[in-house]
Design a protein around this ligand. Sequence first.
Ligand code: F6R
Ligand code: MG
Ligand code: MG
Length: 371
Amino acid sequence: MPLKQKTTISVIKADVGSLVGHHITHPRQLEVARQHLEQARKESLIVDFHVTHCGDDLELIMSHQRGENDKEIHELAWNTFIDVTEKVSRPLKLYAAGQDLLSDAFSGNVKGMGPGAAELEFEERVSDPLVVFLADKTAPGAWNLPLYKIFADPFNTVGLVIDPSLHSGFTFEVLDTHEGLSIKLKCPEEIYDLLALIGDPNRYVISKISRNDGLPAAAASTSKLSMIAGRYVGKDDPVCIVRAQNGLPAVGEVLEPFASPHLVPGWMRGSHHGPLMPVSYSDSQNKCTRFDGPPRVVALGFQIANASLVGPADLFDDPAFDKARAKANDLADYLRLHGPFVPHRLGPEEMEYTTLTGVLEKLKNRFQKIQ
Ligand code: F6R
Ligand code: MG
Ligand code: MG
């Protein structure tokens, strides 16, 4: 098959076990993953890569020219996760070794098999800045609010108002994760319809965004582990790719929604709402300890140069985000006061996929009719 000339960024991730509960990856896991991707680079399957983590999730950021959903790229990621599990997670008895690998054999695409994937194919501009967001202890709908602000809210992205090249707006592709359907909504015309859906991030998840002239702008991972496994196996801990500048939102507009930590589902046992805290990827911030959280997001900036990844820049490593972190901690304190009560604990629909069902089952026969 002839190689395409466009560049593709594939961010594929999985939790394949971690150090001391569900808290952080082990450095040896990252080393083994790097060896795999280095070999793939030597064989020219990929052009470049960056291996990192967000909390307990192993993140493979790869650049290549094979397009989205390429079988060999997905197989490379799958085999890497298997190898890290066999060579590191199992021998070291890391916690929940191989957790997200829900299938016995690779079936052509990691989607539906446990790992999460966000992929974006595009023609490189003269200079192409791009931000990769990585989250831990939350679900794919966590990106709905920030993506809306970045690409549709002029109070966040002033470029929508004052830059003619953004002025015509963006089209959002939204998945209905319950029905397995997708819809495209053109904004600003259909902003209210968009909000009617994505305001319920448990069901509706933004998967792709393009500028209204077709320019690819963003992609997010959408896989829900509980929907694949039919039970709770850890949160999905989604990833997202956003291109920036020169006719797209500026990097500062892309980061701005995270200055106000919004509440997302996830955190302890995937069963609680908590604030999404923007953190540096340095080990001092990028780990989930308090009540297994609170949920976190890391932002890595890259310049894409002939399909190479120049960077990363650690974009939340800025005192300007200290207040967001402090606010997230205040919100965490407040929510924790509620203990096992909603709205800290998730509502019944989302709790269906947790271990709570086992407890309710046990009580079922003890209920008596009210006289
Ligand atoms: C959340 C998460 C953790 C675990 C919790 C219980 O995504 O991974 O909060 O749910 O530590 O884990 P187990 O049941 O493995 O003891
Ligand atoms: Mg884990
Ligand atoms: Mg995780």
